[in-house]
Design a protein around this ligand. Structure first.
Ligand code: ADE
Ligand code: ZN
Length: 337
């Protein structure tokens, strides 16, 4: 909860979340619970000796690859469809509490299939939670399949440690162009496309995602502000950035939320949504991210109207659902006028 007089308005805003990794909702508590249930030995390192020790380690990541080692290592305890359902359901419960009405959530098929878990098991579990969220909370959602940029498509999880050490992530040599053919195929199939870019990597990663992958959105993209010409292009093309403020602080992309170019984006007309990325690791779900932005920037009601309108308009949903969400937004704003 933030100290802003607008807190209750912000809490009630009908939120669309566009950048949320379901695997990033695996809290240490759930990790220990599922490890016990599935009889899986956790790594022998000190930080896996207790939930508290792991929580403590999660509170100080040094950068993206430091975090990703913990993120991938934790996934070994997810085995059955009900494990995946429980994980996603834990997200939807908090999301509902935070005012999320539509969620486009990522999952990482390769990090499960490489361990021998069938893709259909993963999808069955996640879809069950999505359907339950629709029934019980009225939340609409869709699943976005991620390709892990450090793995060649046919590769296996052993490559992971090596990739972390080798710096194959954003910031490494390739800017994602090797995935051009996969994205072209997705486009041919009528599938929406987005990519992480401009998080740790400089704006050239954003340009590469636009030119080589033909993405419709940029995940993170906060380093866009360093390239005014590219920023004008993003505005002209009406592309959305899925910004994740607390993630950026936890992974030391910025030292504090106030350093993010939120005001530059508002002023230039860059569309963005506010998201939680990996809430089990970064100390907050979506409302905490909205609050962190409010505490840092003290936005006006009209600025929140713009942010939420853009996140509704840029959602991958039918126009009827957009109209419903817009009416929900107007109803909230009317009460605060
Ligand atoms: N996988 C999960 N969260 C991520 C992030 N913030 N950046 C890159 N890959 C991720
Ligand atoms: Zn992410």
């Amino acid at each position: 909860m933030c100290k802003s007089p607008l807190h209750s308005l912000i809490a009630e805003l009908p939120k669309c979340e566009h950048h949320l990794h379901l695997e990033g909702c695996l809290t240490p508590a759930l990790l220990f619970q599922l490890a016990a249930k599935n009889n899986i030995n956790l790594p022998s390192q000190d930080e896996y000796q207790s939930q508290e020790a792991l929580e403590k380690r999660y509170s100080h990541f040094t950068n993206l690859s430091d975090f990703l080692q913990y993120y991938y290592r934790a996934l070994t305890i997810l085995i059955t469809a009900s494990d995946f359902e429980q994980l996603a359901w834990s997200y939807f419960q908090t999301a509902h509490h935070d005012g999320v009405q539509h969620a486009e959530v990522f999952f990482d098929p390769q990090s499960h299939t490489s361990r021998g878990v069938k893709l259909e098991t993963v999808v069955e579990g996640f879809k069950a939670a999505c359907e339950r969220a629709r029934r019980e909370f009225g939340i609409t959602s869709c699943l976005i399949m991620c390709f892990l940029r450090h793995l060649p498509l046919e590769d296996a999880a052993e490559t992971m440690d090596e990739a972390v050490r080798g710096g194959y992530f954003e910031g490494g040599g390739d800017q994602g162009r090797i995935f051009t053919s996969v994205y072209a195929k997705a486009k041919e199939l009528g599938v929406h496309r987005t990519a992480h870019a401009g998080e740790e990597g400089d704006p050239s990663y954003i340009a590469a995602a636009l030119d080589s992958l033909g993405v419709e959105r940029i995940d993170h993209g906060v380093r866009l502000a360093e390239d005014p010409a590219l920023m004008r292009r993003v505005v002209a093309e009406g592309l959305l950035l899925t910004v994740c403020p607390l993630s950026n602080v936890c992974l030391q992309v910025v030292q504090k939320v106030g350093q993010l170019p939120i005001r530059d984006f508002l002023k230039a007309g860059v569309k963005f949504s506010i998201n939680s990325d990996d809430p089990a690791y970064f100390g907050g779900y979506v409302l905490d991210n909205y609050c962190a932005v409010q505490e840092a920037f003290d936005l006006a009601i009209d600025e929140w109207r713009q942010i939420v309108t853009n996140s509704i308009e840029c959602s991958w949903i039918k126009k009827e659902r957009k109209s419903e969400l817009m009416s929900n937004l107007n109803r909230v704003l009317d009460r605060y006028r």
